[in-house]
Write a protein that binds this ligand. Sequence first.
Ligand code: SF4
Length: 445
Amino acid sequence: MSNSTPKVGFVSLGCPKALVDSERILTQLRTEGYQVVPSYQDADVVVVNTCGFIDSAKQESLDAIGEAINENGRVIVTGCMGVEEDIIRKIHPSVLAVTGPQQYEQVVSAVHEVVPPKKDHDPFIDLVPPQGIKLTPRHYAYLKISEGCNHRCSFCIIPSMRGDLVSRPIGQVLDEAERLVKAGTRELLVISQDTSAYGVDLKYRTGFWQGRPVKTKMYDLCDALSELGAWVRLHYVYPYPHVDDIIPLMAEGKVLPYLDIPFQHASPAILKNMRRPAHQEKTLDRIHRWREICPEISLRSTFIVGFPGETEEDFQMLLDWLDEAQLDRVGCFEYSPVTGAAANELPNHVPDEVKKERWERFMEKQQAISAAKLQSKIGWEMDVLVDHVEDGVATARSYADAPEIDGVVVIEGDYGLKPGDMLPVVIDSADDYDLWATPLLEDEE
Ligand code: SF4
């Protein structure tokens, strides 16, 4: 083989957690002198980072592997679906190697086997940016604080793919956040499978950052992150009592007043069958208390309708709960069985047409709530972060909007804005999901 620069193609599927895995693998390969190329034709080898969360995601992963084989031929598979090597090899026998999620070293060694790194690579010349390779725009970044999960929700197979909770050392997480902010990141999105559980596995051990002790705990993490001067947005938080301690940090403006809590349902019987974490907590009381402490808090959640055994009464309980909870942003899925999940064994599966009908009723209810909440924001002044600008229209987000999953704030008119700009605006109008705003220009003297 010649000693020209080895080139890797990369296909990243799945959730933000998988995206962070992709970023780590790419950072390592770039450090070793590999060039990351955007086309199958230019690549010496293609890595496909797969998602195996639900059956449709697995199919998408298998299709992506097939496409990479057809277009390039030299394919390495990694990620969540990697735990099902047999299935992958049965459908795509020519795959060169299969590794599972978080197996960074294994996937990198598989790449070495197929295309060895350049012999005379000089890491001081082929510099990798200090924040590593990021697949998100420069102004926001996902900060993964742990791997795996200690829960065993009956519809989920993530623990069997990613194992039990392993928290990253607090000093390492904060160092990474600091590097990202120095490199231009203005928003840190904290992700994990269960952010509220951060540090449980380490017994909340005290670590060190900038020479001072910091506990491996969600509160201490949030407090330290708030010193960096970037937006801090919390995802995948469960409503445990200790989450209440974070709300004052939101009221003080240290952490964005935004919580992404996957409630999944409201009926105690269904939550019990789902084996959801914190399912016995009085979540409505808790939400009311949070709003007393921090009235502008924006709550995002996801729900599953048509879970096995869900009766009309359970479903009605969910609709009533939504009325009370007045959540800001909501995603809803019809239950679909995942191969290997315990919920498949539950009795009384709900017929597809009933699932669909409940999904529609759910969405209608939530759409009305969301629209009313957005209408109430007209006239508010808030800071927004610009994601992209096209034909004079800037698409931005406020504290209430996470990228990709929530709404946006649209700014029309030529204000010379560019991605990564943060500016104060006043909200002019709203539809069911998005807002329109005008920049608040500084008074000219
Ligand atoms: S909390 Fe439940 S749904 Fe989330 S990863 Fe853990 S087991 Fe899966």
